[in-house]
Design a protein around this ligand. Structure first.
Ligand code: AMP
Length: 307
């Protein structure tokens, strides 16, 4: 839960902030408290802020924005926070928006405690009187004069924030003139209603997202089918390629077979050649044999004639 408490000094912001801290387990970030601590510690910021605070003026925007920016970063603020006394001007509110956006955080509500100024002055005067009676130290900016100055600052600089957050639909206005208990109950009631509507909105968004996803899936289905067909198509076309491969294989086998047969044939023809040569030799022998025989017949006939 991230909240802002708006209201003039003395409206009861501090008291309600403490109750919200307990209820939501968040931290209260009060720029007034932080600045007072800085004044007490006499830090550079404290020295700058001291006189401004004592006179009821506003510390420069850059100083308070810097303080809040550093504080929001700390781990205890991760679960949520309630800003008390910040933002106090429209530029501070704009700086806060930018800060939250840069951190991916969302503001849940700005709670305005609306009070009657003259009743407020009476309240403060009564409180100062009680504190003085008890011997307690009164804050140096908690006097009727300084309060008047702070109220006029509130009207001029902080009241425009009511419109700022109303325009952003973040404003909750509570009657701060009720008793402390009643104010607490009213704040809790409104914040519960916001939490309920937030979770309802989340559910609606979730189911809307689901619907969109289902629609997308069903729209994608025919495309998937088409994709499948288009994947299958070349596979079908690939069949001729398979056939061609088969044919090539066959051809290769044939060639291989032929090649295997060729040496046998060659061997056969070589063998045939031998036979031919052999038979040629025999024929030659026969011819020569015939010639030899004829020659010897001729020779014998010649010899007989001489005799
Ligand atoms: P508070 O306790 O919130 O009333 O603040 C006490 C004083 O601190 C104020 O009167 C201012 O001087 C100073 N201060 C606190 N918060 C802021 C702020 N957001 N911007 C400027 N001045 C601030």
């Amino acid at each position: 839960m991230r909240l802002i408490l708006l209201g003039p000094p003395g409206a009861g912001k501090g008291t309600q902030a403490q109750r919200l801290v307990e209820r939501y387990n968040i931290v209260q970030l009060s720029t007034g408290d932080m600045l007072r601590a800085a004044v007490a510690a006499e830090t550079e910021i404290g020295l700058k802020a001291k006189d401004i605070m004592a006179s009821g003026g506003l510390v420069p925007d850059a100083v308070v924005v810097g303080i809040i920016s550093d504080r929001i970063e700390l781990p205890d603020a991760a679960h949520g926070f309630i800003l008390d006394g910040f933002p106090r001007t429209v530029p501070q509110a704009e700086a806060l928006d930018a800060l939250l956006k840069s951190k991916g955080l969302k503001l849940d509500a700005a709670i305005e405690l609306r009070v009657n100024e003259s009743a407020l002055l009476q309240r403060v005067e009564a409180r100062i009187a009680q504190m003085t009676e008890r011997g307690e130290t009164v804050r140096n900016d908690d006097t009727p004069e300084v309060l008047s100055q702070r109220l006029s600052n509130y009207r001029a600089s902080t009241e425009p924030l009511v419109h700022y957050y109303s325009d952003k639909r973040k404003l909750i206005t509570i009657d701060g003139m009720m008793s402390i208990e009643e104010v607490t109950l009213e704040i809790n009631r409104v914040l519960d209603a916001i939490a309920d509507s937030d979770s309802a909105e989340k559910t609606v968004r979730k189911s809307a997202r689901k619907k969109v996803a289902v629609k997308r899936e069903s729209a994608a289905r025919p495309a998937k089918k088409a994709a499948k067909t288009s994947v299958k198509a070349p596979a079908k076309k690939a069949k001729p390629a398979k056939a061609a491969k088969k044919a090539v294989k066959k051809a290769v086998k044939k060639v291989a077979k032929k090649a295997a047969k060729a040496p046998k044939k060659a061997a056969k023809s070589v063998a045939k050649g031998k036979t031919v040569k052999k038979s040629a030799k025999t024929a030659k022998k026969a011819v020569f044999g015939g010639k030899k025989a004829a020659n010897s017949v001729k020779k014998t006939a010649k010899k007989r004639a001489k005799r």
